[in-house]
Design a protein around this ligand. Structure first.
Ligand code: HEC
Length: 278
């Protein structure tokens, strides 16, 4: 009797499973798959060929310094970097005095010691990169109703982030005629800019790097739009994970150690169980 009930229960679950599978298959097959301009024209990030990429990747300090300069002179007009402190710049090869001097070139929010009112003061090494706007409302007002996101973690917050930043900055173009022919309603709205690397194809950020030589590099490197974008992508990769190079370096000895430890453990096992039936 118990067996009979068990078979019935099993059968019941089997039928339910088949039924839901059938329903799922039916809806999948008959559902209309709407194609949108984003489906057809979105492009995956191109490889920026950064030295930090890959499991052996490390940072090129000169490149980080150049990227910092691009951030400071261009991106910082709209984007904060609130998880990075000026003292972190020491990792880019600047001395303590240079870091202090660099911090002092920035204005950070402070308090007027005489009146107690909000004021700005030159940055200290312990301050964090300030936001250019007092709040999101001011940021929206200045940017066609879009808030420029904080860039501290952007290379982690987006898929394939380092390459994404590079591709986004170099990816501005005219809206392809083929797109308008296929999707006449998808015209880029006024005030937005067509960019196939941005998930919805139209971004509120105007192209920030438009001409070669926009930023002059202290080390005399060429500053084309592509190289400036690559350098700023490298800098933002560092900002999001300053310990990346260390992590890569620490990983390999650990893997090697584990391999050797496994071999030793196996040999020990063989030795201990020698001549034993098991
Ligand atoms: C004039 C202001 C302005 C400047 C200068 C600027 N941006 Fe932006 N940026 C924006 C705005 C506004 C957005 C939000 C766009 C949106 O959501 O449509 C944005 C968004 C972004 C995003 C995020 C896109 C996403 O996936 O959400 C990245 C990355 C970015 N900017 C990088 C940069 C870099 C790097 C620079 C410097 C080379 C820079 N921006 C300079 C205004 C600016």
């Amino acid at each position: 009797m118990a067996r009979f009930i068990a078979i019935l229960v099993g059968l019941f679950f089997g039928v339910i499973l088949l039924w839901s599978f059938g329903v799922g298959l039916y809806t999948w097959a008959t559902e209309e798959h709407e194609t949108t301009a984003e489906h057809v024209f979105y492009e995956h990030p191109r490889d920026a060929k950064l030295p930090s990429a890959g499991v052996f990747g490390t940072f090129d300090v000169q490149q980080l310094q150049r990227g910092y300069k691009v951030y400071k002179e261009v991106c910082a007009a709209c984007h904060a970097l609130r998880h990075v402190a000026f003292r972190d710049l020491a990792q880019l090869g600047y001395s303590e005095a240079q870091v202090k001097a660099e911090a002092a070139t920035w204005q950070v929010p402070g308090v007027d010691p005489n009146t107690g009112e909000a004021a700005s003061r030159p940055g200290l090494a312990t301050d964090y990169f300030p936001s250019p706007y007092p709040n999101d409302i001011a940021a929206r007002a200045a940017n066609n109703n879009a808030v420029p996101p904080d860039l501290s973690l952007i290379t982690k917050a987006r898929h394939d982030g380092s390459n994404y930043v590079y591709s986004l900055i170099t990816g501005y173009q005219d809206q392809p005629a083929a797109l308008l022919a296929q999707f006449p309603d998808a015209k880029t709205p006024n005030g937005l800019h067509y960019n196939p690397y941005f998930p919805n194809l139209n971004i509120a950020m105007a192209p920030p790097l438009t001409s070669d030589g926009q930023v002059t590099f202290d080390d005399g490197s060429s500053s084309t739009v592509a190289s400036m974008s690559r350098d700023v992508a490298a800098f933002l990769t560092w900002a999001a994970e300053p310990t990346l190079a260390k992590r890569h370096q620490a990983g390999w000895p650990v893997v090697l150690f584990l391999i050797i430890a496994s071999i030793l453990a196996y040999l020990a096992y063989q030795n201990v169980w020698r001549n034993q039936k098991h």
